[in-house]
Design a protein. Structure first.
Length: 171
């Protein structure tokens, strides 16, 4: 019973739900690949919706702050963290059974995290990063790749938020 019910008419809400579904496959982004936006014509085709309705919905969602359009035309769901499923819940739904805590939470990893180097005051003031030595094994490389992707996504989110604030004249 949030603001979407009042900001969008029933047909527009339907398109917004479709946009959320597409965004679910790319951590909040609605795009063909990291550098190419989907055309609104293509989105209308895959949603089986009139182009005018998709155009109207996207523009209204941008106006009320539900979606940001990045410089390259890629769309991003502004409050993606509020809409997405957490990984554990997503696994439960996909597998149909409750899951245990992910293996990354085992005691060995907790011990490794305690050993991680933190910046001291000298390093912090000099803007220096500590030397990091990683020995990857098992699923750690995949986890690292996922973390890098997540960091890039967060950077894009921040960029989209800043652009939206700039467009609205906010600081």
């Amino acid at each position: 019973m949030g603001s979407t019910r009042w900001e969008l008419d029933p047909a527009e809400r339907s398109v917004f739900i479709d946009l959320l579904c597409v965004a679910g496959g790319d951590d909040g982004f609605i795009r063909a690949n990291p550098t190419m936006a989907y055309s609104l014509q293509y989105l209308a085709w895959i949603f089986h919706a009139p182009l005018e309705l998709v155009e109207r919905t996207v523009e209204k969602c941008i106006k009320v702050g539900k979606i940001h359009r990045l410089e390259d035309g890629i769309l991003y769901i502004s409050s993606w963290d509020d809409y997405k499923l957490d990984p554990r819940r997503k696994r439960e739904l996909m597998e149909g059974t409750p899951t245990e805590a992910p293996p990354s939470y085992n005691q060995d990893n907790v011990s490794k995290q305690k050993e991680m180097h933190t910046l001291d005051d000298t390093e912090r003031s000099a803007g220096c990063a500590p030397e990091i030595r990683l020995v990857l094994g098992g699923n750690e490389k995949a986890a690292l790749d996922k973390a890098v992707d997540k960091a890039r996504t967060e950077a894009a989110k921040l960029s989209a938020e800043l652009k939206g604030k700039k467009e609205r004249g906010e600081r």
